[in-house]
Unconditional design. Structure first.
Length: 439
């Protein structure tokens, strides 16, 4: 299956045009829809309805606040899925259970190392914690509802089962402290039950953050030219509670994910027995640090969807390098190179160039290295032959040349099928016509 992401505005507003164009110009036979209506469907995070609304029928007497679309919109969504399916397109639901549009659920939010509550992106006031019992109950409830309410769905793809980073796009600047969550009461309770000392872990995370702001003890330029396995082992040996904390986060997320998958599978037996359960996860080399144990979870899933997003090499990693370099007085470009090497992004360009007219949130046009998939294969190797893998790629700024190379890059690593994210302008008639023979 080759699947493209379609925002609800296009799906409902231009149904016939979209399905005709996809059939006429492309080999696409899958359509991915978000489980919510939100302003984040827009490339510029532009004005949209607030709060984000789930594409579900009324939440009935569930007891937790669950903002959903109006009945007419829900019916229109069902009609679209049915129409697309009758024309041979497989429907994937991009389900993000941990983001919530409900202000009432702020108490379930992730808590970072400073004690701040983490919000979701755009019009999601909450990024929930997997250890919070209410968040778990809501996630299982929504999972069951989607399996029942989207009968034309082929793939239920769980997404963003990870701990987030936050970026202020107006500056732009990464909030390094936000990377260090969660220290909420529910986490403390869960850690305590497992005989773990969360406050001690927090102290070690704090001291790591404080050490970032001290002038480096490294020599010339402040950054070593390479980092080898020995350096990494020593880094973690000196921080045993940090290791324990990373493990705790990952196990918490795995438990939460498994509960949702089990709820979905139970419901699908009755309502949609052929439904496949998949998981979209971050770049394989980074996933464990972000709390996603994709290797463990693969035994629960039918489809693994590793992401190869431009926003990591073109925004997140450069902003992280900039922030850490400025705190510790390090050489920013040396640090960026080190991070790219350590996480197998590929070396990237000698000189980074900005977009002439950026439409999407990316700092650089040439930061994506086409060797990235081949480099990441070693992390995916244990999955091969055990569970189907269908990578996720992005098209930004209608850059069809780059998209063409990405599709070739996937083919070189043995992937003919993929998921593609592009924004509204990426699925216009004009652009799809230009993609004839490519997509
Ligand atoms: Zn928590």
């Amino acid at each position: 299956m080759r699947s493209v992401f379609v925002p609800w505005g296009v799906a409902l507003g231009e149904t016939e045009r979209l399905l005709d164009d996809l059939s006429r110009y492309t080999r696409v036979d899958g359509i991915e829809l978000l489980d919510f209506h939100s302003q984040i469907e827009k490339a510029n995070y532009g004005a949209g309805r607030s709060p984000a609304l789930r594409v579900l029928p009324s939440s009935g007497r569930f007891g937790l606040d669950l903002p959903v679309v109006e009945r007419g919109e829900f019916r229109a969504a069902q009609r679209f899925m049915s129409e697309a399916r009758s024309r041979g397109f497989k429907i994937t639901c991009n389900f993000v259970p941990m983001w919530s549009g409900s202000e009432e659920l702020i108490r379930t939010s992730l808590v970072d190392v400073r004690g701040g509550l983490l919000t979701g992106p755009g019009d999601f006031p909450v990024h929930g914690c997997p250890n919070n019992p209410e968040m778990l109950r809501l996630g299982e409830f929504m999972m069951r509802r989607f399996v029942r309410a989207w009968p034309d769905m082929d793939v239920m793809a769980l997404n963003h089962l990870e701990y987030p980073w936050r970026i202020r796009w107006d500056t732009p600047q990464i909030d390094v402290e936000s990377l260090f969550s969660c220290f909420c009461e529910a986490c403390e309770k869960s850690a305590g039950e497992q005989g773990l000392d969360l406050p001690r872990m927090k102290t070690e995370v704090r001291s790591l953050l404080a050490s970032l702001s001290r002038p480096s003890s490294w020599k010339e330029g402040g950054v070593p030219p390479t980092v080898n396995a020995d350096d990494i082992v020593h880094f973690f040996l000196g921080r045993p509670y940090l290791v324990e904390w990373l493990r705790f986060r990952m196990d918490s997320m795995t438990r939460y994910s498994r509960s949702l998958i089990a709820a979905g599978r139970q419901t699908s037996k009755e309502y949609n027995p052929k439904l496949r359960f998949g998981m979209e996860f971050q770049l394989p080399s980074l996933s464990p640090l972000l709390g996603t144990d994709f290797l463990a979870l693969s035994s629960d899933l039918d489809l693994m969807i590793p992401k190869f997003p431009d926003y990591l090499p073109a925004s997140v990693i450069p902003l992280f390098a900039r922030e850490v370099a400025s705190r510790g007085g390090l050489d920013e470009s040396a640090l960026l190179k080190l991070l790219r090497d350590a996480f197998d992004f590929g070396p990237g360009p000698r000189r980074y160039s900005a977009y002439d007219v950026p439409r999407h949130i990316l700092l650089y046009s040439n930061a994506f290295d086409y060797s990235i998939v081949a480099r990441q294969m070693k992390y995916l190797k244990p999955l091969i032959g055990r569970v189907p893998i269908q990578p996720y790629i992005w098209e930004n700024n209608n850059d069809w040349k780059s998209l063409k190379r990405k599709i070739e890059m996937l083919a070189d690593s043995g992937f003919d099928d993929f998921f593609l994210w592009s924004w509204e302008d990426g699925i216009s008639s004009e652009h799809l016509r230009a993609l004839k023979g490519i997509l």
